[in-house]
Design a protein around this ligand. Structure first.
Ligand SMILES: [Zn+2]
Length: 737
């Protein structure tokens, strides 16, 4: 309660600023041409790698053809006066990325001391308690199968007259064939102002809009119109939809991200409008995981809608309206055949079977349907003719179906418990063949940085809670929320998926790196504050290792140790708590720096001090690790490579089981996608037998110590060189002292 009051009372000072245009400007004709060229090029970006002559930048190497790099470099000079600052910042960040990654790896390897068990979950650091018009989180663990109607606001008591829920839509792809600058300059204001005009023209029209980041943009760039929007929301004309930061791809992001989409999205809605939406609204995303209903219910959401499955799914939509049950048995009301989200209305939908025939029967003669109408993908408002037809349907006294022009979550709110119980049920994945095949391997940098942000953000938060609890440094709630929000909006269904034009990724990479920098700094500050409270008086160099996972952990940890003088010949590492030696090996050394690998035990979300002592000889500790040019082995597994360099056998010694049916081989396949070659691999292409395999190998042992053994396999095929490292660490079964 007190926290909620504090947050609400501090609202006027709080700003959500995510600026991308300074000031907004229209793209030049040449820029538009370049966009056209890049998106419809027959060249497949993923097929390009860096060449020796044109190594590009670390980021470009992942996903941009060398020719495009040249064009961009040329453009960056040409538009230096316009975008010079941007490119300068970007260069800076690409440089910083290396530093961040080093910091990140260090963090990952890390650990620090002290048995500090933090029993505080990240989410509990935020207050998501209900506002007056919000509802609390349903107790899904208590009775997950029972529909929780607490706090819902039924609009209609369903009777035996068919009822069609008609949801107006304006779809904005925050980035796709354009960048976020176009969205801010053109698509966002068009959406808000055009619908304001429709409200004045048509008294019964109600508009439904998702994507909290679009609201944030509108507030930032058009503050003078914000009170108008708040008034329309309060009057029920403007319907809040999809409580997430953006209409994201729900397959790539972690569950932590999906929960935070609702955490921060609802927070903004509640702060600005005193209300929230209770649905996940994803008309255009490329498939939906089995976990989504469970995540929705744990976020206080009760419904879900889409129309994308009609594009080509592995499993055709099992129903128009039904109950989608998640992995833990909790479920949401799901509308899976919403029709085309850019559908115009050109008939009276209350009597047109094309609109009101796909209904779900609830028993006792009750039937319900759910359909979108509207525009996309550049925002705006439904055309006036559509709204005229909708108004006619709303007032048709001879309607065959009652039409409700309302929000996407209203249907779920109107269902009585017996209606909910009567819904057809589906349990499982809703994944797609179309789009959902290739996009998950394109723009690898985005996937990589998104994941690193998710991990580093979580580690930063846990360390910050510990630092605050110990009085070391205050919990940086605003910084964490801002860093997370930048990551969350780029999880958009055309962004992290890799389906945007290359120009869009300049903004995406920029934001990902800003958040990495922010999370890295927060983590450094918090772990530094905690380390100052630890007893680091050891014989050698103190090393603090931090385990951000919510479980006790024994793992191989890499660390870079700085000695005061020349680096020693060897080191031995001791657990400062017990003064017992732990297995260690040197990875490299030079000057006053030694990179080491140690096997460390660190408690759940804990910090622990280790002692790295110079020595004349390496640790004499032994392990069960063994390696030859054809095999690796630890206490649990035996791995064998064949003459091609493929892993041909993986034996679980405890279970006495061979885990591979056949060697794990690298395949060469032809990708002849035509319409979206930059990112789509067709299902038919990946289903065909491979054209060839990568074979013929050079294998060498690159690591051989008591903590880790590794083989490096180098092969060539079709002009490409493949280098793989296969390593095995000593694991939990090692008889640790
Ligand atoms: Zn879209």
């Amino acid at each position: 309660m007190s926290k909620e009051v504090n947050e609400m009372s501090s609202a006027p000072e709080e700003r959500d600023v995510y600026s991308y245009s300074h000031p907004p400007r229209n793209p030049t004709p040449e820029e538009r041409n370049v966009r056209q060229w890049t998106n419809h090029s027959e060249q497949t970006f993923r097929s390009y790698g860096a060449s020796e002559k044109n190594p590009g930048t670390a980021a470009y190497r992942h996903c941009v053809p060398p020719g495009l790099v040249w064009r961009w470099q040329k453009r960056s000079r040409r538009y230096r006066t316009l975008e010079g600052l941007f490119f300068e910042v970007r260069k800076e960040n690409l440089y910083q990325e290396k530093t961040i990654m080093e910091g990140f790896n260090l963090l990952r390897r890390i650990l620090v001391i002290a048995v500090i068990l933090i029993a505080v979950s990240p989410a509990s650091a935020f207050d998501e308690s209900s506002s007056s018009r919000d509802v609390g989180m349903p107790d899904v663990t208590r009775s997950s199968f029972v529909f929780d109607r607490s706090g819902v606001q039924p609009l209609w008591s369903l009777d035996n007259k068919p009822t069609l829920y008609l949801v107006s839509n304006s779809h904005i792809d925050t980035q796709w064939n354009w960048t976020v600058q176009d969205t801010i300059r053109e698509y966002v204001p068009r959406t808000f102002f055009d619908n304001f005009k429709l409200f004045e023209q048509f008294p019964n029209y109600k508009f439904n809009f998702e994507g909290v980041i679009h609201y944030m943009f509108f507030k930032e760039y058009h503050p003078e119109a914000w009170p108008t929007l708040q008034a329309y929301v309060a009057r029920g004309r403007w319907k809040l939809a999809g409580s997430w930061i953006n209409a994201i791809d729900p397959n790539v992001p972690s569950s932590e991200s999906l929960m935070r989409q609702a955490l921060y999205g609802k927070r903004f809605f509640r702060r600005e409008f005193g209300a929230v939406s209770r649905d996940i609204y994803l008309p255009d995303s490329f498939g939906f995981p089995y976990s989504l209903p469970s995540i929705a219910r744990h976020s206080g959401l009760i419904s879900f809608s889409t129309q994308k499955l009609r594009w080509g799914s592995f499993i055709p939509a099992p129903f128009a309206v039904g109950r989608w049950e998640g992995v833990d048995g909790s479920s949401v009301v799901a509308a899976l055949r919403g029709g085309n989200y850019v559908q115009e209305v050109r008939s009276d939908v209350s009597i047109d079977k094309n609109w009101n025939a796909d209904l779900t029967h609830l028993g006792n003669g009750k039937k319900v349907g759910f359909r979108y109408f509207g525009v996309g993908d550049m925002g705006g408002a439904p055309d006036a003719t559509s709204v005229q037809w909708v108004e006619r349907a709303l007032s048709n006294a001879r309607a065959e179906a009652r039409v409700l022009n309302t929000s996407a979550d209203q249907l779920a709110q109107d269902l009585a418990p017996e209606d909910y119980a009567a819904l057809p049920v589906y349990k499982g994945e809703l994944v797609m063949k179309t789009h959902g095949v290739g996009c998950y391997t394109s723009q690898a940098a985005m996937k990589n940085w998104n994941r690193r942000n998710e991990q580093l953000g979580d580690a930063a938060e846990r360390a910050s809670v510990a630092a605050d609890w110990l009085g070391g440094s205050p919990y940086p709630s605003d910084k964490l929320r801002n860093a997370w929000t930048r990551v969350l909006w780029h999880q958009f269904h055309d962004d992290v998926t890799g389906t945007c034009i290359p120009q869009a990724y300049l903004f995406s990479w920029h934001d990902e790196l800003i958040s990495l920098n922010q999370f890295s700094r927060i983590t450094s500050d918090a772990t530094g504050a905690i380390a100052t409270g630890l007893d680091t008086r050891v014989k050698g160099v103190p090393l603090v290792i931090y385990n951000p996972l919510a479980m006790d952990r024994r793992d191989a940890v890499e660390a870079t140790i700085h000695f005061e003088k020349q680096s020693p010949k060897a080191v031995r590492v001791f657990d400062a708590t017990t003064d017992r030696e732990v297995p260690s090996q040197i990875l490299s050394s030079g000057g006053d720096i030694v990179k080491i690998l140690i096997l460390a035990d660190v408690p759940s979300v804990g910090f622990k001090v280790f002692d790295v002592r110079p020595a004349d000889a390496a640790s004499a500790m032994t392990s069960r690790l063994a390696v030859t040019e054809r095999s690796l082995e630890n206490a649990r597994y035996r791995v064998r490579l064949d003459e091609n360099g493929d892993v041909a056998s993986l034996i679980d010694k405890d279970a006495g089981l061979e885990l591979l049916k056949a060697p794990a081989r690298l395949e060469l396949l032809d990708d002849k996608s035509v319409e979206w070659p930059a990112w789509e691999i067709q299902w038919e292409a990946v289903s065909k037998p491979p054209r060839a395999y990568v074979s013929g190998s050079q294998i060498k042992i690159v690591e051989n110590g008591p903590v880790r053994v590794a083989l490096e396999v180098t092969r060539s095929a079709d002009g490409s060189t493949f280098v793989q490292r296969i390593n095995l660490t000593e694991g939990l079964r090692h008889p640790f002292p």
